[in-house]
Write a protein that binds this ligand. Structure first.
Ligand code: PEP
Length: 332
């Protein structure tokens, strides 16, 4: 083929639409492959997310820069049904041993067929009773606080080892009443959380803003700081044993519940914060509860929200029938 004949056929290729398309596609592919090391890559997968606070809401095929990244299944499945819903009662400083036994005995048949996690966090003086009465049932027992030292001169405190030796597997840490009345800080919450996790317990970590903080518009800053400091130093594996309870201080024991939308918004924000600290899979797997005057009347709307996986319940956990309604709703 002569030189002018080759030039002619290239020229013809540009004039022929099909050939031009093929040539364009070839060039595009070549340029794309050359640029791949410098780009963030192509992500294949889909997020089924529904929140609006930093967790991607993406479906289908989309482009993302820096390396080809195939998203692991658990990373993009944002399915609430895959997480364990847990209803935990916080008895606070209520019930003597006789009353505790009556409440647990009334609760046992009510809880028996429920599929959600059922925990009762009781005063230290009721732990023994609760542990023996719930043996062989689906009711788990938790403490309401734990100290961060293993032993020593800490009058009035109880260590994580003391709790686990009894068979207690759960503990509430950072409840707002501890923060408000007993000088608990984010730093001591971190120490208590770490001690409990290292002892093999599951921690129900409470966070939440005061009314003044909400009115100042700094709810997210407050909650993000509480979560970040509390989880500081914990590995991804350790965080799998943490349940976060979002409890706006202004809603606890006041009869004032956050609206389902307010609660969902902050729970989604907490999940996004956990994702930013660890990864999306850890965040997606984490049980995040709402707490604050949740009761048998308002629980359905709250528990239906995508990012609310149960509740930490004060007042309504002291009456077996009321607590039972919450258990039934969370088991749906
Ligand atoms: C709590 O003690 O954590 C709590 C949410 O209490 P109440 O349900 O009574 O508001």
């Amino acid at each position: 083929m002569k030189k002018w004949e080759v030039q002619d056929s290239v020229k013809n290729a540009f004039l022929n639409p099909a050939a031009a398309f093929a040539l364009g596609a070839f060039c595009g592919l070549a340029i794309g492959m050359l640029c791949m090391p410098f780009s963030k890559g192509i992500v294949i997968g889909s997020y089924n997310g529904s929140n609006n606070k930093g967790i991607p809401r993406r479906r289908g095929l989309y482009y993302r820069c820096r390396s080809i990244r195939i998203i692991r299944k658990e990373e993009f499945v944002m399915n609430k049904a895959l997480r364990k819903a847990i209803i935990a009662g916080n008895w606070k400083m209520n019930k003597n041993r006789k009353e505790a036994a009556e409440l647990i005995n009334a609760l046992k048949p009510i809880a028996a067929d429920k599929t959600c996690g059922v925990i009762i966090c009781v005063p230290f003086t009721n732990l023994e009773t609760a542990l023996s009465l719930t043996e062989g049932t689906n009711i788990e027992v938790g403490a309401e606080n734990v100290h961060f030292e293993k032993s020593g001169a800490f009058t009035g405190e109880i260590s994580a080892d003391m709790l686990t030796e009894m068979g207690v597997k759960y503990v509430i840490v950072g409840h707002s009443e501890r923060r408000q009345y007993f000088g608990e800080t984010d730093e001591t919450v971190n120490k208590r959380t770490t001690a409990a996790i290292e002892a093999g317990m599951t921690v129900i970590l409470c966070v939440g803003e005061t009314l003044a903080e909400r009115e100042l518009g700094i709810t997210e800053e407050v909650v993000a700081k509480q979560v970040k400091v509390a989880l500081h130093g914990l590995t991804a594996d350790q965080v799998k044993n943490i349940v976060i309870a979002y409890e706006p201080v202004w809603a606890i024991g006041t009869g004032k519940t956050a609206t389902a939308e307010q609660a969902e918004e902050v729970c989604a924000f907490i999940r996004a914060t956990v994702a930013s600290l660890y990864d999306q899979a850890i965040a997606n797997g984490m049980t995040i509860q709402y707490g604050g005057s949740m009761n048998e009347k308002n629980c359905a709307e709250l528990l239906a929200k995508e990012n609310i996986d149960g509740g930490l319940i004060g007042g309504a956990s002291l009456v077996a029938e009321k607590f039972g309604v919450l258990l039934a709703e969370a088991s749906k």
